[in-house]
Design a protein around this ligand. Structure first.
Ligand code: TXA
Ligand code: MG
Length: 314
């Protein structure tokens, strides 16, 4: 089913229109500081089901619920002292907490894919906050890209992947962080479920203890599938030179087709990662080779996305 997708401006009429579309059970893509999200009313089964349909996303992969305030979070999950520490340090911002669901939460069961935990986050992007305020309810939103493909950091990326499949896109320019949120599980010992926009070192410092590592066999984050964030091209990691038929995505002072950060700055590299992958993919090369990226700070999240982009496709 192809429908025209409305482009909305990030102003009061745009926010009101977007909130009305959400209330009608339809889908609106919107910018967050990490990547664009594909939003639906998290209490409406049909609306949430449409997210899975538009993205061709497997139904066992649960969604993050976006909220305007800690008070709103406390109505949905069993809040805790640890959550308080992390929320005070990093919210609003690129951190998602996975916590035990509260009785009477009122959310569609499709949001959690039947799990007894819920992923929540308070975005800091002013457009996301304005939409949450206008809608005045919980917004379920995965990244606004077809499942398994490169995440969107501009409205144009969203439109390229989902136009005709979703109802509207709120255009808020390019996302600052450029990588999805860090996901921390708090149902048990604080555990890193996905590296992302907040470096795990900063979280460990706030908690006064390192995060436990995610046991990948346990599949508590079903979205952590090996092949993900994949461009059309193959991806070759830790490349120190460009082979025939390749384009090179560089890092640091190197001769390349596009550079994540000539200065070797990981924050700049994170912000450029998905945009540069989209741009190199559009050149139609068979393989995107990528320079080595240090495994510290945001480098961990960058390498996580690159390993999945390079993984054998299912
Ligand atoms: O930055 C972000 O987190 C972006 C923006 C739009 O907020 N969203 C995002 O959503 O990256 P998505 O759906 O692409 O990734 C969410 C991840 C998935 O890997 C999913 O499996 C995991 O969160 N997740 C959701 N609920 C969970 C839960 N209850 N337990 C464990 N993992 C969960
Ligand atoms: Mg995603």
């Amino acid at each position: 089913m192809q429908n025209p997708t409305e482009m909305l401006h990030p102003d009061t009429p745009g926010f009101e229109r977007a909130a009305d579309i959400l209330r009608s059970g339809a889908l609106v893509a919107f910018p967050t500081e990490t990547v664009y999200g594909l939003g639906a009313d998290a209490r409406n089964d049909r609306a949430v089901a449409r997210i899975f349909e538009a993205k061709s996303r497997p139904h066992f992969n649960p969604l993050i619920v976006h909220l305007p305030s800690v008070d709103a979070a406390k109505k949905l999950v069993e809040w805790s002292d640890t959550a308080n520490i992390l929320a005070s340090a990093f919210w609003p911002g690129p951190l998602t907490l996975v916590m035990p669901l509260r009785q009477g939460h009122g959310l569609s069961p499709l949001v959690t894919a039947g799990l007894s935990t819920l992923a929540i986050r308070l975005p800091t992007h002013p457009v996301a906050q304005a939409l949450l305020a206008a809608f005045d309810g919980p917004i379920a939103a995965p990244s606004a890209n077809p499942s398994g493909q490169i995440s969107p950091t501009t409205a144009a990326h969203v439109s390229q992947g989902l136009t005709g499949l979703i109802d509207a896109i709120l255009d808020g320019g390019a996302c600052d962080v450029g990588l999805e949120s860090t996901i921390v599980g708090l149902a048990d010992t604080p555990t890193l479920l996905r590296p992302g926009g907040v470096p795990s070192e900063a979280i460990a410092q706030a908690l006064g203890a390192p995060l436990a590592d995610h046991d990948s066999d346990a599949l508590t984050a079903p979205g952590q599938m090996a092949s993900h964030y994949a461009p059309g091209a193959q991806v070759r990691l830790n490349a120190t030179s460009r082979h025939d038929g390749e384009v090179l995505l560089g890092f640091g002072p190197t001769e390349c087709d596009l550079n994540l950060s000539r200065a070797g700055d990981l924050v700049e590299a994170a912000a450029n990662l998905f945009g540069h992958l989209h741009a190199l993919d559009a050149l139609g090369a068979g393989t995107i080779a990528v320079s080595p990226i240090p495994e510290t700070g945001l480098g961990r999240a960058i390498n996580d996305r690159l390993r999945r982009a390079a993984a054998p496709r299912g």
